[in-house]
Design a protein around this ligand. Structure first.
Ligand code: HEM
Length: 503
């Protein structure tokens, strides 16, 4: 037999595995559907045709709200295997022993485009992973950049609205985008990467991932440390050049989703080396920058990576909606030993994801099979609500405390509490300068300028001027090149009309 592309030939391969029809059609209530009901609608009584009525009405109910952000994605499943012992700093069961495997889910997503948008848009990418541990689900809902855009959670709605479509025109709008970016210069650090090569990954399996927040972790004695999670793709980081990406996106908007499905379908399993940067409380106090500021990176030369394990994706979803669209990741999905970040963005996220998932999936989203913490027995006091409810906790008492042997809390006398921190105004020009000067090659710096120009040229003059000032603060050379580039552009007539395809 010839070699098939599993992404393009899924349905053909299905038939190869199922040489005859898999069964008799039924209505959703299980009645077998007769041949005439399924095939003859002309000159027959449609109202009596339960199969037809059900199909027609079900179709109208097949869309649920897409995610507010990160609507489009590829997802897959696999395992995490511990390669290095970190029990001295973290007691979480998933790290308990070298060689231990924990089932995982992953979802990779551009931030801004809608579900029908292009995988090759210039943007940061979401890097969401879930560990189905024996103590419940642990999610890292991260990015492909080691820093985030802002440290004040109040900016989330502004950040989203300025980048999503303009409500008047229903178009992506360079003015709203540059207005946001120049009013919130703390975001420039991350956007240097987005405008650089990192902004268009060539395949999700060539993309790094970062938890970004500094997570408080504790060992079995209750001693605390702070860690940042890093996922390095074993196949190396690959990115697309801007022109190449526009061409690919026009031909195949699902380029990255396809690449992931195809690779896994062909047995070419993507993997990442998972590492952590480790800080003590003293390190935190002595650092000359805010360790908990998500717009900062923690320098690797001061706090090197400690390998922890391998993250391997070896299974495609069998059904995308069931297993990927319904995934409900949350930074608040934590397990004993991992307390999350003490910063305000983390605190805001504890609410935002739950609320988003109530809205798009309903009150019982954690009862949806792909979200069930299936490695543990759950006992909750909540009942009822929009399905699915599973067994709805059967006949167990539904109020707490009670005298009748309903579930009781566990006791952990050595447990630490999440530390309290004081946060200050961000100042990331130092790290942005460092990124520009020390991390980017001169080739990447010139592509950065080109990409910024491509996107800044359609913005209105006052925003361009503000942007030039800010880029000059990162580095005079960067500001100068952008200013010169804008001047050159301005001499080319009607340049502004052709620049709307950034996303
Ligand atoms: C104030 C800060 C933030 C708020 C309020 C917020 C809110 C949200 C919301 C409402 C969603 C949609 C969730 C859903 O419908 O399931 C989402 C998705 C997502 N966010 Fe955030 N977010 C914030 C910051 C961040 C940060 C700092 C990161 C990265 C470290 C991040 C990464 C993601 C990712 C990867 C997804 C997609 C999750 C998935 O794959 O389903 N967000 N966010």
């Amino acid at each position: 037999t010839d070699v098939k592309d599993p992404a393009a030939q899924q349905i053909v391969m299905f038939k190869e595995r199922n040489p005859s029809p898999v069964g008799i059609i039924t209505t959703s209530s299980g009645a077998p559907v007769e041949r005439t009901e399924a095939l003859n609608t002309l000159n027959s009584r449609l109202l009596n045709n339960e199969y037809f009525m059900e199909t027609l009405t079900h179709l109208n109910r097949e869309r649920i709200p897409e995610r507010l952000v990160h609507a489009k994605a590829g997802g897959a499943f696999g395992y995490f295997e511990v390669t290095h012992d970190i029990t001295n700093i973290c007691k979480a069961k998933l790290f308990s022993k070298v060689g231990k495997r924990t089932p995982v889910a992953a979802r990779f997503s551009p931030v801004i485009v809608e579900r029908g948008g292009s995988d090759t848009s210039r943007d940061a990418r979401g890097f969401s992973v879930r560990f189905y541990t024996e103590d419940g689900n642990f999610d890292i809902v991260g990015f492909n950049t080691p820093m985030y855009a802002y440290k004040d959670p109040r900016l989330f709605p502004t950040f989203v609205r300025a980048q999503k479509k303009n409500p008047a025109t229903n178009l992506f709008d360079r003015n709203t985008f540059w207005d946001y970016l120049t009013l919130q210069p703390e975001s420039l650090h991350m956007f240097l990467l987005v405008f650089g090569d990192r902004g268009i990954p060539d395949g999700y399996r060539h993309m790094p991932g970062f938890g970004i927040h500094s997570y408080q972790v504790e060992n079995k004695h209750g001693d605390i440390h702070f860690v940042r999670f890093h996922f390095r793709p074993d196949a190396g980081i690959k990115t697309l050049r801007a022109k190449e990406a526009l061409k690919i996106g026009a031909e195949d908007p699902d380029y990255n989703t396809r690449d992931l499905y195809r690779a896994i379908g062909n047995g070419n399993f993507p993997s990442w080396t998972v590492s952590i940067q480790i800080l003590t409380l003293d390190d935190v106090k002595n650092a000359d920058f805010d360790v908990f500021d998500v717009t900062n990176v923690i320098p690797l030369n001061e706090f090197p990576l400690h390998p922890v394990g391998k993250f391997v994706l070896n299974k495609n979803p069998v059904n995308y909606f069931a297993e990927v669209e319904q995934l409900a990741f949350s930074p608040a999905n934590l397990v004993p030993g991992i307390l999350g970040g003490p910063d305000k963005v983390f605190e805001a996220r504890r609410l935002a994801y739950r609320d988003a998932q109530y809205y798009r999936l309903g009150a019982n989203f954690n009862r949806i099979p792909i979200n069930c913490p299936f490695r543990t027995n759950t006992f909750v006091y909540n009942r009822d609500g929009r399905p699915p409810v599973g067994d709805n906790e059967k006949d167990i008492p539904n109020y707490f405390p009670n005298t009748f042997n309903g579930p009781i809390p566990y006791i952990d006398k050595k447990r630490s509490n999440l530390i309290e921190i004081v946060e200050y105004e961000p100042n990331n020009f130092k790290q942005a300068t460092d990124l520009y000067v020390n991390e980017m090659t001169s080739d990447e710096r010139s592509r950065l300028v080109e990409n910024i120009l491509y996107n800044l040229a359609p913005a209105t003059a006052v925003l361009q001027e503000r942007a030039v000032k800010l880029f000059s603060l990162i580095h005079p050379d960067l500001g100068y090149q952008i200013e010169q580039g804008l001047r050159r552009n301005a001499t080319i007539s009607d340049v502004n009309n052709n620049y709307n395809d950034w996303h």
